[in-house]
Write a protein that binds this ligand. Structure first.
Ligand SMILES: *[C@@H]1O[C@H](CO)[C@@H](O)[C@H](O)[C@H]1NC(C)=O
Ligand SMILES: *[C@@H]1O[C@H](CO)[C@@H](O)[C@H](O)[C@H]1NC(C)=O
Length: 315
């Protein structure tokens, strides 16, 4: 198999993959979204929350100045959370366009990945962003704390018939949708897996395998890159390794959500044992988080069809 993959392997993730003419339209669309991704991650990384202000306001319910201080601290944060949420919708559209391009007839998934390396790279970058975002979100309890304080304050004021100006920014319907989003342990990944499931179910004429084969092929490329010393030594820095790890886990999770029997079954086109093993061998702080993503955000791990060996590897 590695022979077939060699052109891709040499170039994955292609450092400077330029779009061909056929790729340009989709590439430009996705590129505009990806350009924002760095800023979103940086904002999330520096998101400190208003924990202190909220605590003081709750402990001193009669102190209006403290209520106002907490409110003023929370509002700009909620505006940030809204930006993140809105970005997830743009990311979802970008993913859709990529899936359409990478599965369109008459080419097989492998041919697509070879012909459209620039798009394959963008797909990988979306997954990399997604796993990075969720890792940061998961380790930041302030997000849900801030958002629920915000919602409680709004509804208390609504009871008192006070209209808060902030409601114009995040209306009730938006707040409900944001709540559902941030209630997910891994909101971005969930958005992508929902979108992939929807893509597959809406395109009835497109065999589901075309989409899942695209995902399993990418998982295989990443696994082979991580476990083959000749390729590994091409990794100039740990970022590239981390990139491959995240992309591999991302496509596994999408595959598991979209494929009827999932990634862990014997018939799965993903070598799960190999993927988990190679992941565990990586000298990176992110391994445990990625293993947790496989443990807790896949659908089929606990199915009877999952082998004992795979279960044991993930224990
Ligand atoms: C994903 O879809 C499920 C079921 O339709 C829904 O309940 C959930 O809120 C969605 N999550 C996201 C993040 O879109
Ligand atoms: C998938 O469905 C969408 C809308 O339902 C359509 O625009 C698109 O062309 C379809 N793609 C494929 C590959 O069938």
């Amino acid at each position: 198999a590695s022979l077939i993959f060699s052109p891709l392997l040499l170039a994955f993730p292609p450092p400077d993959a330029q779009p061909t003419e056929a790729e340009t339209a989709v590439w430009n669309q996705v590129s505009a979204v990806l350009e924002e991704a760095h800023g979103i991650l940086a904002e999330l990384q520096s998101y400190n929350g208003a924990g202190q202000e909220i605590r003081e306001a709750i402990q001193n319910p009669g102190d209006l100045a403290l209520q106002e201080k907490a409110w003023n601290a929370v509002c700009p944060l909620v505006a940030k959370l809204k930006r993140f949420y809105e970005f997830s919708l743009r990311l979802e559209n970008a993913l859709r366009s990529l899936l359409e391009a990478l599965t369109s007839p008459p080419y097989a998934p492998m041919q697509h990945l070879e012909r459209e390396q620039a798009l394959a790279k963008q797909f990988a970058e979306i997954l990399h962003f997604t796993l990075s975002f969720d890792e940061l979100k998961m380790t930041n309890p302030a997000i849900q704390n801030d958002f629920s304080y915000y919602r409680r304050t709004i509804s208390r004021n609504r009871l008192n018939n006070q209209q808060l100006e902030a409601e114009n920014e995040v209306n009730n319907e938006m707040a409900n949708r944001m709540s559902l989003f941030y209630a997910e342990a891994t909101p971005m990944l969930k958005t992508l897996s929902n979108a992939t499931t929807k893509f597959v179910s809406e395109n009835k004429t497109l065999p589901i395998e075309d989409t899942t084969d695209c995902l399993s092929t990418m998982a295989c490329v990443c696994r082979v890159m991580l476990e083959t010393p000749e390729y590994r030594c091409r990794f100039t820095n740990t970022d590239t390794m981390l990139f491959c790890m995240r992309v591999m886990v991302g496509v596994i999770i999408l595959y598991d959500h979209v494929h009827p029997v999932g990634a862990f079954a014997k018939t799965s086109k993903i070598d799960m044992k190999g993927c988990i093993k190679v992941l565990k061998e990586q000298p990176s702080n992110s391994v445990e988080g990625l293993l947790n993503a496989l443990r807790y955000t896949t659908r089929h791990l606990n199915d009877d069809s999952t082998s004992k060996q795979i279960r044991a590897l993930l224990q």
